[in-house]
Design a protein around this ligand. Structure first.
Ligand code: URA
Length: 288
């Protein structure tokens, strides 16, 4: 709220800072104009005008404080997607299948331009943990903290995940963690089918290269993508399924996502059951 209550009055610096803090707290991670702007294509002189929203340009209020123009953190976005979605997915499949090691896969993702998410994300979130582990976890997509650190599950949901793993004697040295998308969707929105079509070939190759003994699928998005089903997580969770990977069947257990458990703590008892089932499977050793 501004001082006079009139929407066109500029905010005082402390009010602007409080509003910004509120937005950050509420999870706002991007500031967008009404129309897309290719900032990399703008020359320095044109940039300030293009920075203003349409309402800003009409009302032209005096700026409260001159914000320094941030240096670009990412490579420039191409003017248009170089490939349509289907061709991007096909290209992803070819590139991913040519990768013979995890280092090659990471390098391929670092230069892959077929997914627009890479241009809004700050970092590639490739994986965390031990690639030799028997258990591989697949989450949904990086959030704000993961995007900032370039590692999966480092925010609040990740801390809960660490506690869940600890409850069955595991930690990040004994599991390997990836997501169905390696870049954060802006504002943590739900990934689109096109984004999954283009990123899943990398996830599938990732699983093939790690060749885990068991998969734990965290949440409905991960379970639906890997088990290729439309069934919801409440029906899938706790039931062992198989993920076929390069001719080999890997036992896969869908469970509730830690972020969901943070919102619905009463459901932790179901997740606990799933963890017990997972532990029993791991304790039984590799299936012959
Ligand atoms: N949620 C996910 O699904 N993955 C992360 O890395 C973080 C939160």
């Amino acid at each position: 709220m501004n001082r006079s209550g009139s929407p066109s009055d500029p905010l005082a610096p402390d009010e602007a800072a409080a509003l910004l803090a509120f937005y950050v707290e509420a999870g706002v991670g991007e500031a967008l104009c009404d129309a897309p702007v290719d900032r990399y294509a703008l020359d320095e002189a044109a940039a300030p005008a293009a920075d203003a929203t349409r309402a800003d340009r009409q009302a032209a209020p005096a700026p409260v404080a001159a914000a320094p123009k941030p240096a670009p953190l990412r490579p420039p976005a191409p003017a248009a997607l170089p490939l349509d979605d289907a061709r991007a997915a096909e290209s992803a499949r070819e590139i991913a299948s040519a990768c013979k090691t995890l280092d090659e896969l990471r390098a391929a993702l670092e230069t892959f331009e077929g997914c627009p998410l890479r241009y809004t994300a700050k970092n590639l979130v490739f994986a965390d943990g031990n690639p030799q582990a028997r258990l591989m976890l697949v989450g949904e997509a990086p959030g704000r903290d993961e995007d900032l650190q370039g590692l999966p599950f480092v925010g609040r949901a990740g801390q809960l995940l660490d506690r869940m793993l600890a409850a069955i004697g595991l930690d990040r040295t004994s599991v390997y963690i990836v997501n169905t998308l390696p870049w954060r969707p802006p504002g943590n929105r739900t990934p689109t089918p096109a984004e999954h079509a283009v990123c899943m070939p990398f996830v599938e190759r990732h699983i093939e290269l790690v060749a885990p003994e068991v998969l734990l699928l965290l949440g409905g998005v991960s379970a639906k993508q890997l088990l290729r089903t439309d069934t919801g997580i409440t029906r899938l969770r706790g039931k062992w399924s198989t993920y076929n990977c390069g001719g080999r069947d890997i036992p896969a257990l869908p469970t509730l996502h830690p972020a969901y458990l943070l919102r619905q703590p009463a459901q932790k008892r179901l997740a606990w059951r799933d963890l017990q089932s997972l532990k029993a499977r791991l304790d039984a050793g590799p299936a012959g």
